[in-house]
Design a protein around this ligand. Structure first.
Ligand code: FAD
Ligand code: SF4
Length: 328
């Protein structure tokens, strides 16, 4: 492996100072970063360890909101009764992610910033990857692109965003709390990840050295009737071909508010407001779900290997909405 220093700051202020160096990167649970270091996909000069720096509290507030410290482990969040009762879509998305061992190490902050699973990005033997080597081309465009994105793509990159729980958090309008060399700020999670455009190597709006300190989920009546459905090639330890995070607030048989986001199909966690608009105000029934799901593929661009995702997206949404309501 290439040489780097490992810094262990005792507090957030020291971490921010060390992380501000242009060649520094953070490591939290290390479940993604260690793979990238081993394969020399990432080659920081300084690695700044975050253990003991950020809090891992899981706090349900009296107003119904939820705060997750950035160091909270995926497994602890999934097992928290406040989360599984009031925000089942979050607990389900986490439990369908990775494996028990990975979830015991991995943090919510690191999950949101994990890198794509595009195999060409993760193979140092492949030269053509605009995300890894800007300007080098994209091997996936005419290569094996069965798992790649159909929404938010560009001619420079079609890599899918890999996080499951980010999809649930986008559906729930969560906010990411960020600390940086120039102070603190809050970023709506839907704005955290960038679409590739002509700069696919820039994946988020975070500046060098900025830290995610917490994720805050606002209260919403729909969250209690929420669900995460993940469709994948194997039943566990696999990333999504398609997934849907849905939440419904239903009153007297009519949908007052719907939330729908998808994973496995976008270059970022993908909120489907056109589907939500087609659900809102309509009867809470299967025909409504089917009609609304037709809007999911608007704007989609497929490649040779991933055309099957268009039909699968619609079916995933309908099934997730049915399951959220407990229908057969
Ligand atoms: C075999 C395997 C299968 C997996 N399957 C799934 C899956 O099905 N679904 C899914 O969603 N994920 C999956 N993952 C990804 C896994 O969830 C992530 O690796 C994990 O969540 C990353 O968290 P971490 O704390 O280990 O982050 P690290 O690996 O330590 O860091 C990841 C990135 O986040 C940055 N970072 C970490 N914390 C912060 C912070 N607080 N502020 C700023 N930057 C930070 C690091 O610099 C790095 O760039 C899988 C991983 C593996 C290894
Ligand atoms: S899809 Fe993106 S990550 Fe994958 S090879 Fe192309 S540029 Fe690289």
């Amino acid at each position: 492996m290439f040489p780097f220093t490992l810094e262990r700051p005792g507090d957030a202020a020291s971490a921010l100072r060390l992380g501000a160096a242009p060649s520094a990167e953070y490591i939290a649970g290390g479940t993604d970063m260690m793979q990238l270091l081993t394969d020399e996909i990432r080659q920081p000069e300084h690695l700044v360890a975050l253990d003991g720096v950020l809090d891992d509290r899981i706090e349900a507030a009296a107003d119904g909101s939820l705060r997750l410290g950035a160091a909270a482990k995926m497994s602890d969040i999934a097992a928290d009764p406040d989360v599984s009762e009031a925000f089942p879509v979050i607990a389900e998305a986490l439990l369908l992610s990775a494996s028990g061992q990975v979830r015991n190490m991995a943090t919510i902050g690191g999950n949101l910033l994990q890198r794509t699973r595009c195999p060409y990005f993760r193979d140092p033997g492949v030269q053509a990857c605009n995300k890894r080597n800007p300007g080098s081309g994209c091997a996936a465009m005419d290569g094996a692109n069965r798992t790649h994105a159909v929404l938010g793509t560009s001619e420079h990159c079609i890599a899918t965003h890999a996080s499951d729980v980010a999809v649930a958090l986008v559906a729930l309008d969560a906010e990411v709390r960020v600390a940086g060399p120039n102070g603190d700020r809050a970023v709506p999670i839907d704005d955290l990840h960038r679409m590739p455009g002509d700069t696919p190597h820039l994946e988020t709006v975070l500046d060098q050295g900025e830290l995610i300190t917490a994720v805050v989920v606002p209260p919403t009546p729909a969250a209690r009737r929420s669900h995460y459905l993940k469709v994948r090639d194997r039943v566990s330890f696999e990333f999504a071909l398609t997934s849907a995070a849905v939440a419904l607030d239903v009153h007297n048989g009519s949908i007052r508010e719907a939330r729908v986001a998808m994973g496995g199909v976008g270059t970022k966690p993908w909120r489907l407001r056109n589907v939500e608009n087609a659900l809102n105000g309509r009867a809470d029934e299967l025909d409504t779900y089917r009609d609304a799901a037709e809007h999911a593929t608007e704007g989609a661009v497929t490649r040779a290997g991933n055309q099957f995702k268009l039909e699968l997206m619609k079916r995933t949404i309908v099934r997730a909405l049915r399951d959220a309501g407990g229908r057969p």
